[in-house]
Write a protein that binds this ligand. Structure first.
Ligand code: SF4
Ligand code: SF4
Length: 381
């Protein structure tokens, strides 16, 4: 009798989620997550949790292409808004799924897909330890698989997907990870070459075993490399031939010491950059009108509103170029690496120019202004 109930609840949740437009659903439980890091401990957001439900929604591909191409004026902004709105959409689906489970008597919590960190862990601001590692839980549940970049993805969609998650006291039947032959990643490693500071550029891999399954991805060289680039502080690629949407043009740091030096220098400089006039994040008034969202955010409401209204996306390349089809991923790589370089004028205007012209125009700027975007790194061994 119990077995029947468990299976039918899985089916009911999956049907509900597919009706909301999600691409794939997976289920994990405490046992299948055993052996994973502390960030797969689903009792962190809900002490009574027994299971996690994961699902994914795709990002808008046309907007990704405009972002990669550096279309002006809306290439950056268009994708940013789609990305934030998809995160909110995913969370709302999680809210409704949690409600459905609560109506059946199970304690359930929707997990916000981004920006929530374990603030009780010392150093969380630097290490950005998430409340839950949704990608690991989703990979173990089979809602997607982990690619070389470390991002979750699906065949035919690739990595530009947003993960949703609900943790619940319901004892759901766990599902298996996607088998290797059905995974989206063909190890083309183009994701590695579109990370301007090569956060995972060593060619080495790292593995993790959860619930008897082993997951492999590239070894992270130093997370601070992503913090510099994804944080919008610098964007010039190692090759100098293209950039992200950031106007920072710092030299490539060769080792951890140089990365840390660059991080502190770039943070100090970026706060002095002139206003570009670019709209960023999502409007606060729009968020404050959204009762469903606000009620579910509970104590984190103000913190998350603040994050959502100030989010400015300038990278995400390792996720955005990988479309789960080698031809399309290669095309994205070409688009990005031929998209030119971003520089910022003294009056704040953002320009996108071919690499040689960008360097020439940058060097023609006031030297004080130049120092806010570029400074020789004192080389160290
Ligand atoms: S770009 Fe995508 S398919 Fe290619 S190695 Fe990276 S994750 Fe795998
Ligand atoms: S988001 Fe950007 S900076 Fe961060 S790892 Fe991916 S490509 Fe590198």
């Amino acid at each position: 009798m119990r077995g029947w109930n468990i299976i039918s609840l899985n089916d009911e949740i999956e049907k509900f989620l597919l009706e909301q437009g999600v691409l794939k659903v997976g289920f994990a439980n405490k046992k299948t997550l055993e052996g994973g890091p502390s960030t797969v401990d689903i009792t962190y957001p809900l002490p009574e949790a027994e299971s996690a439900i994961c699902f994914v929604l795709p990002l808008d591909r046309d907007k990704i292409r405009a972002f990669l191409r550096k279309d002006l004026p809306n290439g950056r902004r268009g994708h940013e808004l789609d990305n934030i709105k998809t995160n909110i959409r995913v969370f709302k689906i999680a809210i409704r799924t949690a409600e459905l489970l609560r109506e059946k008597g199970y304690k359930s919590v929707p997990v916000f897909p981004n920006f929530k960190f374990r603030e009780d862990v010392p150093g969380w601001e630097i290490n950005m330890i998430p409340e839950l590692s949704l990608k690991l839980i989703a990979a173990r549940s089979g809602a997607g698989s982990i690619g070389w970049s470390g991002n979750l993805g699906l065949k035919g969609y690739g990595a530009p997907i947003i993960i949703g998650c609900v943790v619940t006291s319901a004892k759901l039947e766990p599902t298996d990870p996607i088998p290797p032959e059905e995974c989206f990643c063909d190890k083309c490693k183009l994701c590695q070459s579109v990370c301007a500071l090569r956060m995972f550029g060593s060619d080495e891999s790292e593995t993790l075993t959860m619930g008897g399954y082993t997951f492999t991805c590239s070894k992270r060289v130093n997370l601070a490399r992503c913090q510099v680039v994804c944080g919008g502080l610098s964007g010039l690629d190692k090759t100098g031939k293209w950039s992200t949407w950031s106007p920072g043009r710092y030299p490539y740091p060769e080792n951890n010491k140089e990365v840390m030096r660059l991080l502190s220098l770039a943070v100090t400089n970026a706060v002095k950059w002139p206003e570009s006039g670019d709209e960023i994040g999502i409007s606060e008034s729009e968020l404050r009108k959204d009762e469903e969202l606000l009620n579910a955010l509970v104590n984190d409401k103000e913190k998350l509103i603040d994050m959502l209204k100030t989010t400015k996306l300038t990278c995400g390349n390792c996720q955005l170029i990988c479309w789960g089809d080698p031809k399309l991923t290669k095309e994205n790589y070409k688009i990005l690496t031929n998209s030119g370089c971003v520089i910022q004028k003294e009056d704040g205007e953002i320009l996108v120019l071919p690499p040689v012209d960008a360097e020439k125009s940058f060097r023609a700027m006031d030297s004080k202004h130049q120092k806010l975007y570029y400074r020789e790194l004192h080389r160290s061994k």
